[in-house]
Design a protein around this ligand. Structure first.
Ligand SMILES: Cc1ncc(COP(=O)(O)O)c(C=O)c1O
Length: 397
């Protein structure tokens, strides 16, 4: 069974994490790992989560199986969080199941697509989150990319993207990032979403929106603009959500997959396939994270606390985007980094050369992945000056 195997390739981020933890220099900075960090460089448990967890453990009366769709209370809360008052919800056109993380949601979406349309191609942005192609290929689907990020202008290749998408045939799937595009930080504007809705309607492709960072860009409603627009405008849509980032529940593995079908009857049928896909996969999701989220979203006081904690995370990231740009300018760095302040979410490409990335790591203990994707949340008041000095040194002509 195993004797003929070669070692599977390791995730470059895991290697980077290992190198970072072995680095004993006190001034080292981790801009690699994709998790939020606070001013102390720590990924905290939110106070609202702590309180909800305590309440759950006091009030929970059973650990019996939760069912294939997971917790109905969580699913209903997530529907409202994702779709607001979108008509698709009141028309009973949405079926949601809670899943082990956003990755679990994507894998269920992929298996469902394979079941419904085995020959569908899944189109993804170039670049996209590293695990996207892997998850969809693992489900046996064909994956292709469409132009997205322009490294020269640090912005969207809108014309090239729409040109490529105009050739996507009916039945194919187009994967879109709802907000905080990982890895580029470049998001679609409302007019892009509107154009996509029209194209999907006329061409018959199905969008799949991955919403892993709702609340990390502007606010919960603005960040869900695209998914809400598509849910109302189109007969069919798939979307996935994750509570890893916005609730800080990374290791609890909690997310959801939702399908929107043409009418209430088709939604019931689509849901039966969604549940059967889950049953064939891991049977039922773990409950803990979902029950915490349901407790928070179902309690006005806890929800208000969570919203202010979410706003604090978002504001911190946006503040450091701004500070990075102004401090680099003040340090005399000639290259224009103002794009960092226009992008959103935790990630941006710094656009520096591989030798500069290597120097940052070797001489200054600053770690980021080889593409120059940096996690802006890794910066804080104690390390910003070191980062700026290091950048000024490696960028010196
Ligand atoms: C774009 C995107 N989608 C999905 C995920 C999956 O998140 P989770 O940790 O909930 O599986 C991530 C995580 O980094 C992500 O960046």
């Amino acid at each position: 069974m195993f004797s003929h195997l070669q070692a599977a390739p390791t995730d470059p981020i895991l290697g980077l994490m290992a190198a970072y933890s072995q680095d004993s220099r006190p001034f080292k900075i981790d801009l690699g790992v994709g998790v939020y960090k606070d001013e102390d460089g720590h990924t905290p448990i939110l106070a609202s989560v702590k309180e909800a967890e305590a309440r759950r453990s006091r009030n929970e009366t059973t650990k019996t199986y939760i069912g294939m769709a997971g917790d109905p209370g969580f699913n209903a809360q997530m529907d409202r969080l994702s779709l607001g008052d979108a008509r698709a919800l009141t028309d009973s056109r949405v079926a949601t199941a809670h899943t082990p993380g956003g990755t679990g949601a994507l894998r269920i979406a992929a298996d469902l697509i394979k079941r419904c349309r085995p020959d569908a191609t899944v189109w993804m942005s170039d670049p996209t989150w590293g695990n996207h192609p892997a998850v969809f290929k693992a489900a046996g689907l064909t994956v292709r990319d469409y132009p997205y990020y322009d490294a020269a202008t640090q912005s969207l290749r809108a014309d090239a993207m729409f040109d490529a998408l105009s050739k996507v045939p009916a039945g194919d799937v187009v994967l879109l990032h709802a907000c905080c595009h990982n890895p580029s930080g470049v998001d679609l504007a409302p007019e892009h979403w509107q154009r996509l809705a029209t194209m999907a309607q006329t061409q018959g492709f199905v969008p799949l929106v991955d919403m892993a960072y709702q609340g990390f860009s502007t606010d919960l409603d603005s960040d869900a603009y695209g998914v809400r627009l598509l849910a109302n405008a189109l007969p069919e849509l798939i979307y996935t959500t994750s509570c890893s980032k916005n609730f800080g529940l990374y290791r609890e593995r909690i997310g959801a997959v939702s399908v929107v079908a043409a009418n209430a009857e088709q939604t019931v049928i689509a849901k039966s396939h969604l549940l059967s896909t889950i049953r064939n996969n891991y049977s039922m999701p773990p409950a803990h994270g979902a029950l915490i989220v349901a407790e928070i979203l179902g309690d006005a006081e806890l929800k208000a606390q969570w919203l202010s904690e979410l706003a604090a995370m978002r504001d911190r990231i946006n503040t450091y985007r701004h500070l990075m740009v102004s401090r680099l300018r003040e340090a005399g760095v000639e290259r224009d980094f103002s794009f960092i302040d226009r992008q959103r979410g935790m990630f941006s490409f710094l656009g520096i050369a591989p030798e500069q990335i290597q120097r940052l790591r070797e001489e200054f203990g600053i770690y980021m992945v080889g593409s120059s994707r940096a996690n802006i949340a890794g910066l804080n008041q104690r390390n910003l000056a070191h980062f700026v000095d290091a950048m000024a040194t490696v960028l010196k002509p």
